[in-house]
Design a protein around this ligand. Structure first.
Ligand code: ADP
Ligand code: MG
Length: 396
């Protein structure tokens, strides 16, 4: 596979560089409430500004209808926040490829920055429409993609436009791809993969891919009940996917065949309702009451998982161990997060929107080696799929 072009190879001075960033940030009352994603793009933006490029930033935000401007999804607050972070003025175009965008781009001096309005106000973006690709390309001399989080989508700004301009990967994109593929190609052993979250059906390809790589596979979260069913246990009213019991059984058999240690919960925190104030009871995994649902792994399981994690040389974690959003069911996820954080010698990689949220909630992000900014994109990469937004950046 040919290598990915790096923004380092781009002669940027005086050139108009169109950069796809992920500024899909939460906004409240016109103010960005979490600027993590904007900060993540700073190294690439600062490099281009420092080189004297004319920097044109484009992104999506939220899920507008695609029929033009919607106040709730304007990128104006993100542009304002970027200006604060860069400590320099950042222009904002009130459209994406229209008259204002063209005028603001024409007005750029070397080292200036403009943010274009939300790409998804135009329904052609998600359709990878050739006309929109051409209109975007006409704004610039070169293209950089630093939006790893949308790299699994073949949209105009992530795929189509890349074919029309010299295309390069920004630093965030490079780091995400290098870290995740490096982990899969040459994991330090023992390699412990931790999988949780809600559904087996969402994660089956990830489980399958990691089965080929990991030494130990830890299963928690809602998906564990389908595995427990496959072992012939009763799971009460827990989240379960009857159609996937057979596949889960096949996974258990595959693990055995490959010598992969597969860890499943030995105890479970059960509740009589999916609610913070539900009545709860911690039981052994083979004693889940018929009228209760498992909402977290139990303390014995957490200790078992922590022990396996402590012995790892590399760890990949996706998916919370329980309903960590509710205090009553956060202990399992917290224990696993703490165990990963405590293993300072290991390479520890966290992927997936809710898993990252959990790590942040427990204030442990600083202790991890790498936190992926791409939810779906990181999962598709781990599954071994080719991401259109990455493939478009490969050298000929
Ligand atoms: P990620 O975003 O990290 O990939 P998922 O989206 O797959 O993770 O799953 C996260 C969700 O799974 C959380 O909202 C969490 O509440 C839910 N979850 C975890 N354990 C359970 C459970 N036992 N029952 C129901 N939902 C669960
Ligand atoms: Mg999620």
């Amino acid at each position: 596979m040919s290598k990915i072009n790096s923004v380092d190879e781009l002669e940027a001075r005086g050139r108009r560089v169109l950069v796809r960033v992920d500024f899909n940030v939460p906004v409240k009352d016109g103010v960005v409430t979490d600027d993590t994603r904007i900060r993540a793009a700073l190294p690439t933006i600062e490099r281009l500004v420092g080189e004297g490029a004319r920097v044109i930033l484009m992104s999506h935000l939220g899920r507008p209808k695609g029929e033009g401007f919607e106040e709730a999804y304007t990128l104006a607050p993100a542009a304002a926040r970027l200006g604060e972070l860069l400590g320099r003025p950042v222009a904002f175009a009130s459209d994406t490829v229209g008259a204002d965008a063209q005028a603001k781009v024409a007005a750029l001096a070397d080292g200036d920055v403009v943010v274009l309005e939300n790409l998804r106000f135009d329904k052609r973006e998600k359709k990878n429409d050739p006309a929109l690709c051409a209109e975007l390309a006409a704004l610039a001399d070169a293209y950089v993609n630093d939006a790893f989080g949308t790299a699994h989508r073949a949209h105009a700004s992530t795929a189509g436009v890349a074919a029309l301009l010299p295309a390069y990967a920004g630093y965030l994109m490079q780091r995400e791809v290098a870290t995740l593929t490096g982990m899969l190609d040459e994991p330090k052993r023992p390699f412990v993969a931790i999988l949780g979250g809600s559904k087996v059906s969402d994660k089956i390809k990830v489980i399958d891919a990691l089965m080929d790589k990991a030494d130990t596979l830890i299963i928690g979260g809602g998906m564990c009940f389908t595995f427990l069913l496959a072992q012939g246990l009763a799971v009460g009213t827990s989240l379960k996917e009857d159609d996937w019991v057979e596949r889960a059984g096949a996974m258990i058999a595959k693990a055995e065949e490959r010598g992969v240690k597969l860890l499943l919960p030995v105890d479970v925190v059960c509740a009589d309702a999916f609610a913070e104030d539900a009545n709860t009871k911690t039981v052994s995994a083979d004693e889940i009451p018929a009228d209760m649902m498992g909402l977290d792994i139990g303390p014995k399981t957490a200790a078992l998982y922590a022990e396996a994690i402590a012995g790892a040389a590399s760890v990949f974690w996706n998916g919370p161990m329980g309903v960590f959003e509710m205090k009553a069911f956060e202990a399992g996820t917290k224990a696993v997060a703490e165990a990963v954080a405590a293993n300072e010698a290991a390479d520890t990689i966290i992927g997936g929107g809710d898993s990252v949220a959990a790590v942040n909630k427990f204030d442990l992000a600083e202790k991890m080696t790498f936190i992926s900014t791409g939810g779906g994109a990181s999962m598709e990469l781990v599954q071994g799929e080719k991401l259109p937004g990455v493939e478009a950046l490969r050298a000929e």
